[in-house]
Design a protein around this ligand. Structure first.
Ligand code: RIB
Ligand code: CA
Length: 318
């Protein structure tokens, strides 16, 4: 039985991988777009282009917030390019957008789709706005699986991961909502890279979709790999999907996560209370101190298992 889900995203190269993986392995009921890797206009156009080349145009796309709740937007052209999806040559989109905005779409879906899962893989502005508009929403959301934060270091700053730093106030609303959360942060996603070997296997599939994906991963790996020094871009966003469809890909530890919204050096940090964890970030004793856990935090990722799944799914596209 496929889990019902809405992906909230800022495509974004790795967001595309998440959409392709979710569309085949989940009951993907909608894609909502948000500012983040690029402007809302760009992330929305990019989402339209993906559903068109992957023949997913039956999935509605609803446009969300163009800016964070309380800060100016920040983008990531150094990783994703000026368009937010540089690399492949894609046709201008023709698929129409859903008539509702993202927040109304999420709220209406929460009433009509039982056991709805939310997969925010960009800044959390849309989800936080939906929670603020309708405080009864948590009762209708089965689980949130989000790409964001980190148990260890950031990427946008030494302390903060990009999605959270874009809108810390929104992240605070989500992490204090009471909804069960799986947090897939950089400490886990950096264990799963688009290495040259995997990128070659993607391109060898030889379809239109896999060629676009290979072009995306090559561009993305130059951008993100240039910043990190790692041999490929990290598969951040599709791991938020993997967390819900294959329990053997990621290992989680429950802990309390607080979002810093007023730090001098740590703004946007996800402060994880891991005082009961050992050097391998696995629990070495029962948690006895601090606030009750409000999230399951990913600590280990099985890169090989992820890539075997992703390559199998990618091969099903035109
Ligand atoms: O920090 C990585 C996250 O920021 C990913 O979701 C990527 O797409 C960007 O949004
Ligand atoms: Ca993203």
């Amino acid at each position: 039985m496929k889990l019902s889900a809405i992906i909230d995203c800022d495509p974004g190269h790795d967001d595309v991988m998440a959409i392709l993986l979710a569309a085949r392995t989940m009951d993907l009921r909608g894609i909502t777009t948000v500012h983040g890797n690029a402007s809302l206009v760009d992330t929305t156009r990019n989402a339209q282009q993906v559903v068109e080349f992957a023949d997913l145009t039956s999935i509605p796309i609803a446009k969300g917030f163009a800016h964070p709740l309380a800060r100016p937007p920040r983008y990531a052209p150094g990783v994703h390019g000026e368009s937010g999806l540089d690399g492949p040559t894609l046709q201008p989109p023709t698929v129409p957008l859903h008539p509702q905005n993202a927040v109304d779409f999420i709220l209406e879906s929460s009433h009509s789709i039982p056991n709805l899962h939310l997969l925010p893989i960009g800044p959390l502005t849309n989800v936080a706005a939906a929670l603020s508009l309708d405080p009864s929403l948590p009762a209708r959301i089965k689980q949130i699986s989000l790409m964001g934060g980190s148990l260890t270091f950031g990427n946008a700053t030494p302390a903060a991961e990009f999605n959270i730093l874009c809108d810390p106030e929104a992240a605070h609303v989500v992490f204090t909502s009471g909804i069960p959360i799986k947090m897939i942060g950089l400490n886990a996603t950096r264990q799963v890279l688009a290495t040259p070997e995997y990128r070659k296997r993607v391109r060898s599939i030889g379809s239109t979709t896999s060629t676009h994906v290979a072009d995306m991963l090559d561009f993305y790996s130059r951008g993100e790999g240039g910043h990190t020094g790692l041999p490929g871009g990290a598969m951040h966003d599709p791991l938020a999907v993997a967390a819900l469809i294959d329990p053997d890909i990621l290992t989680f530890e429950p802990m309390h996560v607080a979002v810093e919204t007023n730090g001098t050096y740590t703004d946007g940090m996800t402060l994880c209370d891991g005082r009961h964890l050992g050097e391998d970030f696995r629990a070495i004793k029962p948690r006895t101190r601090g606030a009750e856990p409000n999230a399951e935090v990913a600590v280990v990722a099985d890169a090989k298992r992820f890539w075997e799944l992703f390559l199998d799914i990618l091969a099903t596209y035109p």
